[in-house]
Design a protein around this ligand. Structure first.
Ligand SMILES: Cc1cc2nc3c(=O)[nH]c(=O)nc-3n(C[C@H](O)[C@H](O)[C@H](O)COP(=O)(O)OP(=O)(O)OC[C@H]3O[C@@H](n4cnc5c(N)ncnc54)[C@H](O)[C@@H]3O)c2cc1C
Length: 659
């Protein structure tokens, strides 16, 4: 019999569902909260906001992270902003419009009810963060300022220069610190979750490694929440922080949590292009730059060839010879089309030979028009730190005048190219953010919930903080309401001992391979396979080849890996080896999902399924579902379980950004 997924979405029209849910949900008696322990793994925006809120509500929270401070979570990298439907610009925005844009942006592969709830709580997030003192940019009169992000025709993105994630995280961190001081949150920094412990079918604790001493420790609780971020680093080169990994999520998957839509991976159009084989990190240039920057390549192939050969510079090409291809192809949204659309369009131009750097894999992002119109001071106010960051990496300052043609000043353009950035897929969760393992919850980027096949810019921070501040603190109570009567689970139970023994044995296995290859050399090779066969353009044949190559490389990893040092004390290579073991599982999962989905949608582009104009061609008749995968053991194909999507408020149609 086919497995049934209970997504616990309340009945009724979409705008009412969340109210309906709140009206009927069970809440924990305040006195009982004192008896309930919750483990929150992760201190990014999702984890820190959840831990702070749960502590404030009276629960006992154990909060872990791999960095030496919660403030160093990957979330601080977020630059551009966070969306909310405040309509401060009086430009026609509304909760419904944000809901609609997000569903459309996700190519109609998100859950309608979840997205509506997200849009509704988006405004509360801004109020919460302002109350914490987050220094959002303001207009001259004091009103919070907004800018535009891809996939929207209104200005709804709140920002703090190009450091929005950092400022939001400082806000969440200050709330978290209050709870640490109040004794409601116990913080464990430099700890890594290695396994989830299941007792009688419920998540009851975790095994974590103290990264400084190397010791394994057991933690028990009434519920476990993972907020451990995305799996973008499976591709080796990405815009994610070096420490980002999917170990916690993959361990939950191995223990029975379904993994949903893994093939939905976001490739961001505006990253600094790859410049050599010795690189281990890619740098994002925020999407906010597309508010004022115009993307172009030369119209004439001979100009492109001259740029590639270095005999011509971008600013020497006059206006009439420039192809602003996004404005040409998508007049209604122009440079602010969603990321998947902009990335594919850049690849298409470069594949046709119009790339503008020595590798032929770059396009221009040019501020000449906006600097001429607004002046350099305003542009620097908006993007100053991003211009400086670009200069530090490339030695080119995009605000420098380079040429004057017919009285028009031309400034040095940035060069950009698409790169792996974000993962829409993640641990499957129901409407309550509970995974398929009772008592195990997943929030933030590590769950699959709200973005469908493509995330719109500035929506990840919105989702992470919605989950952490406003959704999970309510929904987890439905599960916890009857848990206070159960005695606390002891870490002496055999389930804990067995899980710890297995983690320990894995550490020994990796150390004892004693082969010849470093973790990084194998990871880089995995990244090449992922980008080549499971990247921006996928085909059935390529995916099969990619899977075969991944199997071979995983064998190499198992037989020829070299991890120096011992289990005791700090051993970063050993930690990286564990992460790489899990990137292999993840990479194969992405490929299986991509192979099973014979359509193109959002970030998942199967070259066999495209329109004559090269746009993604969905197949709603056969693939209008969430693809959930159940682990079936190492080397075996996982089992696909489908959660059908149901839309009642929005008409499912072909995405159109042209008019
Ligand atoms: C360069 C860049 C710019 C971005 N800009 C924007 C933007 O402007 N707007 C927007 O909306 N989104 C943006 N994003 C996306 C957004 O930043 C992320 O999706 C979001 O911050 C993820 O938050 P999170 O809390 O889910 O995870 P993370 O911030 O990744 O935090 C994960 C946490 O889990 C911990 N952890 C991980 N594994 C373990 C383990 N095994 N054991 C214990 N702890 C563990 C880590 O220590 C960390 O504390 C950007 C992303 C990048 C890469």
């Amino acid at each position: 019999m086919a497995k049934v997924i209970d997504s616990k979405i309340p009945a009724g029209p979409v705008p009412e569902k969340w109210k309906e849910y709140k009206a009927h949900q069970r809440l924990v008696n305040p006195k009982n909260k004192l008896k309930l322990d919750i483990i929150v793994v992760g201190t990014g925006l999702a984890g820190a906001s959840a831990a702070a809120s749960l502590g404030e509500m009276g629960f006992n929270v154990i909060n872990l992270c791999i960095q030496d401070s919660p403030r160093r979570a990957h979330s601080i990298a977020a630059q551009g902003g966070i969306n909310a439907a405040k309509c401060y610009q009086n430009d026609g925005d509304s909760v419904y419009r944000l809901f609609y844009d997000t569903v459309k942006g996700g190519d109609y592969r998100a859950r309608e009810a979840n997205v509506y709830r997200l849009a509704e709580v988006s405004n509360n997030i801004i109020d919460q963060c302002v109350a914490q003192g987050v220094p959002f940019a303001r207009e001259y009169g004091g009103m919070l300022a907004n800018r535009s992000f891809g996939g929207a025709q209104v200005s709804r993105t709140f920002y703090a220069k190009g450091q929005t994630g950092q400022q939001l995280l400082l806000g969440a961190y200050s709330s978290l610190s209050c709870q640490v001081k109040a004794g409601k949150v116990k913080l464990y920094t430099r700890y890594e979750m290695e396994d989830v412990v299941i007792v009688d079918g419920r998540a009851r604790g975790i095994i974590a490694k103290n990264l400084t001493t190397g010791e394994l420790e057991r933690f028990s609780a009434n519920a476990v929440v993972i907020a451990t971020g995305g799996y973008g680093n499976t591709y080796f080169l990405s815009t994610n922080a070096m420490g980002c990994n999917c170990t916690a999520a993959v361990q939950c998957y191995r223990k029975g949590a379904y993994f949903a839509n893994p093939s939905y991976v976001q490739i961001h159009p505006t990253c600094i292009p790859v410049h050599g084989d010795k690189q281990s990190k890619l740098t994002l240039m925020s999407e906010s730059l597309r508010n004022d920057g115009r993307i172009w390549v030369p119209k004439k192939i001979e100009d492109a060839k001259a740029l590639q050969a270095g005999t011509k510079q971008g600013w020497e090409i006059p206006e009439e010879d420039r192809d602003y291809y996004l404005e040409r192809r998508y007049p209604a949204f122009g440079n602010l089309v969603p990321r998947d659309v902009a990335s594919r369009a850049a690849k298409e131009r470069c594949d046709k030979g119009f790339g503008v750097n020595n590798t032929g894999l770059a396009v221009f992002l040019d501020f000449s028009e906006s600097i001429n119109r607004l002046g350099i001071d305003i542009i620097m106010q908006r993007y100053g730190n991003l211009f400086e960051m670009y200069e530090e990496i490339t030695d080119v300052f995009p605000g420098d005048v380079a040429n004057e043609i017919n009285g028009v000043k031309y400034y040095k353009p940035m060069m950009i190219y698409p790169a792996i950035h974000y993962t829409m897929g993640g641990i499957w969760v129901d409407y309550e953010l509970q995974t398929s393992i009772p008592g195990l919850f997943a929030i933030g980027e590590c769950n699959f919930s709200d973005h469908g096949a493509n995330r719109l810019g500035a929506s990840a921070l919105m989702q992470g903080l919605a989950d952490g501040y406003f959704v999970l603190p309510y929904t987890i109570q439905n599960y916890l309401a009857d848990q206070a009567v159960w005695p606390k689970v002891s870490t002496d139970l055999p389930e804990f001992a067995e899980a710890e023994k297995k983690v320990d044995a894995e550490l020994d296995r990796l150390l004892n391979i004693k082969g010849k290859r470093s973790v990084d050399s194998i990871h880089k090779e995995l990244g090449h396979i992922m980008w080549e066969y499971v990247g921006m353009g996928r085909t059935a044949e390529g995916l099969k080849t990619g899977l075969k190559k991944m199997h071979e490389l995983e064998k190499e990893f198992d037989e020829n890996l070299f991890v120096p040092g011992t289990k005791e004390g700090l051993n970063i290579e050993l930690d990286k080896a564990i992460h790489l073991r899990d990137f292999f599982t993840m990479g194969q999962l992405v490929a299986f999902d991509a192979l099973s989905r014979n359509e193109s949608c959002g970030g998942h582009f199967r070259e066999e399924y495209q329109t004559e104009e090269g746009e993604a061609k969905r197949d709603d008749e056969n693939y209008f579902y969430v693809g959930c995968w159940e682990y079936k053991g190492k080397g075996n194909e996982p089992e696909l379980i489908k959660e059908p999507l149901e839309y009642e408020a929005i008409k499912v149609q072909t995405r159109n950004y042209k008019n």
